[in-house]
Unconditional design. Structure first.
Lengths: 81, 424
């Protein structure tokens, strides 16, 4: 199956088909997805949409849950928000 | 005005319970819409089952679903009622109203997370969370992993991680040995479960499975690098790239509560037909009491038949449901969280991850509601789904009333609510 090109913080990387954004980020060596109220790094915990710790900006829309979205070609992801 | 979808039976949640309900109702001739906020059907346990992969039971049910006339509406979250008997749902930022004559709630369960020093570090995950990440494409090959949690879920997750090439260092079960062994002995009545457990254990034989051991702290710079473990007498440190720490499941009761269904002792009250205390609203799977896959399927089948008016065909399923309920009760007793888990919290330990509220800030409050007003605990985007059950255990605080939206949703969705809010 063909890999899916996505853009993570301005870098183009290739994700496996049917992977979530959370999986693509972790596989790319990123574990701090967002910055908390007290500026601590946070990453996924539940991987099922309830904890909201995996929030990133996807195609300009902030606060998307990375664990709930599959990678789509050309998707632009920004972390650290 | 939002677009309206009309149907006879609406099923919320496409996990095993919802799939079984949708199949049975559709096969009985009812028009069925099956809604789930995930991009794929399968719920927690069958996540990532597709293209001929995954366990046979999962593939059979998913094939049955796609052969049925039930329509799956994915990536669609129920956020509220529309005040007129319908459900307000959000699909990719768009609002829809779903109007059905009968509703089956199969909203499943989430994990119980309990705070301890360092639990907010990246790469400290739920046990099921680790499993879900694996199923959604994360490669754990060569990663050092410690599992320190509770419940039967530890076994399939350890097996899956070991099989995927992870370097699984330890599987620690907080429940004491006598409880776990007593439970295993009582399982002779459920030989299928014993065989399954043995098969999972065989898949991670290179790693120790220890009872009566729990994590007391996670340490690391910008992610977890080591975990401090204890057996109550001795403490030691284990290096890890990932720590999986959660303590069983808690039912998702927000939607049934919003609909006005009676809840008793963390279970939605249902009759023999899975009918709740609200007319035409049925409930199946984990929200009626944590019971695992098979019970979820049986309850789903019963609810689907009942909602399609085929009550008489349920009798054969009722006996299986009773047997599985007894098993679930034994399980809950064996793996109940020990008191020491609550004693791990220190003054500076973060309790509310959304708003970064520490234990010391919560101290003066006497109830969840008071604490919310004073500190914003539970008022972030997870709406108390993580800290709520934790505070129930740490402080004995009851969950606060459910307020819509059930998911943080875009303003457009709420603005399109046709009538005033209902059910609260
Ligand atoms: C993370 C995790 C991993 C697990 N892994 C295993 C495992 O490997 N092996 C095992 O035996 N058991 C596992 N379990 C236990 C397993 O979940 C249950 O035994 C079984 O899946 C229960 O089925 P269910 O249909 O009741 O609920 P679920 O499978 O939880 O399905 C509920 C569905 O409802 C949807 N939903 C909930 N609320 C809404 C809403 N408002 N709008 C739209 N959709 C909604 C959810 O997205 C979900 O898909 C796991 C549990 C969790 C939480
Ligand atoms: S990891 Fe919890 S919401 Fe995504």
């Amino acid at each position: 199956m063909t890999r899916i090109p996505i853009v993570i913080d301005g870098r183009t990387v290739e994700a496996e088909p049917e992977t979530t954004v959370a999986a693509a980020l972790l596989n790319d060596g990123i574990w701090g997805f967002r910055s908390s109220v007290e500026s601590e790094p946070r990453g996924p915990v539940c991987a099922m949409g309830i904890c909201f710790e995996c929030r990133v900006t996807i195609d300009g829309i902030p606060h998307r849950r990375a664990c709930m979205e599959l990678c789509r070609p050309g998707m632009e992801i920004e972390t650290g928000g | 005005m939002a677009e309206t979808l009309k149907t006879e039976v609406t099923v919320v949640g496409a996990g095993p319970a919802g799939i079984a309900a949708a199949c049975r109702a559709a096969e009985s001739g009812a028009r069925v819409l099956l809604l789930d906020e995930n991009p794929r059907a399968g719920g927690q346990i069958w996540r990532g089952t597709r293209c001929g992969r995954g366990p046979a039971g999962a593939r059979r049910w998913l094939a049955r679903l796609s052969d049925s006339s039930a329509r799956l509406v994915d990536t669609t979250a129920v956020v509220d009622t529309d005040g007129d008997g319908g459900l307000l749902v959000e699909r990719r930022g768009e609002a829809l109203v779903v109007e059905g004559e009968r509703l089956i709630v199969a909203s499943g369960a989430r994990e119980l997370f309990l705070p301890f020093p360092g639990w907010t570090l990246p790469n400290v995950l739920g046990v099921g969370g680790g499993q879900a990440l694996l199923k959604s494409g994360v490669s754990f090959r060569g990663r050092k992993i410690v599992i320190a949690g509770s419940g039967p879920l530890l076994l399939p997750v350890a097996a899956a991680l070991a099989t995927s090439g992870a370097h699984l260092r330890l599987v620690a079960e907080q429940a004491p040995a006598h409880r776990v062994h007593g439970f295993a002995l009582s399982c002779w009545r459920y030989p299928g479960k014993l065989i399954e457990a043995t098969r999972y254990r065989a898949a991670f034989l290179a790693t120790a499975y220890r009872t009566g051991v729990w994590a007391v702290a996670a340490r690391g710079d910008d992610r977890v690098e080591e975990v401090v473990l204890t057996d109550g007498h001795r403490s030691w440190t284990e290096p890890c790239d990932y720590l999986l720490a959660s303590y069983g499941l808690v039912p998702n009761l927000e939607l049934p509560r919003l609909l006005g269904c009676a809840v008793d002792n963390d279970r939605v009250t249902v009759d023999d037909h899975q009918l709740t205390t609200v007319d035409d609203v049925y409930c199946a799977g984990e929200p009626t009491g944590i019971g695992g896959l098979e019970l979820a399927l049986v309850e789903g089948e019963i609810a689907g038949l009942a909602a399609a008016g085929r009550d008489r065909e349920e009798t054969a399923l009722a006996g299986r449901r009773r047997r599985l309920e007894r098993f679930a009760a034994a399980l809950a007793h064996a793996f109940a969280p020990r008191q020491e888990l609550a004693e791990r919290v220190e003054v500076d330990t973060t309790i509310c991850r959304c708003e970064d509220v520490a234990w010391k800030q919560l101290h003066p409050a006497g109830s969840f509601r008071q604490a919310k007003l004073a500190t914003r605990v539970g008022m972030g985007p997870c709406q108390g789904r993580v800290c709520g059950p934790a505070l129930a255990l740490l402080r004995g605080w009851e969950a606060d009333r459910v307020r819509p939206p059930l998911r943080v949703s875009t303003l457009g969705v709420l603005a399109s609510r046709s009538k005033g809010p209902a059910g609260h």
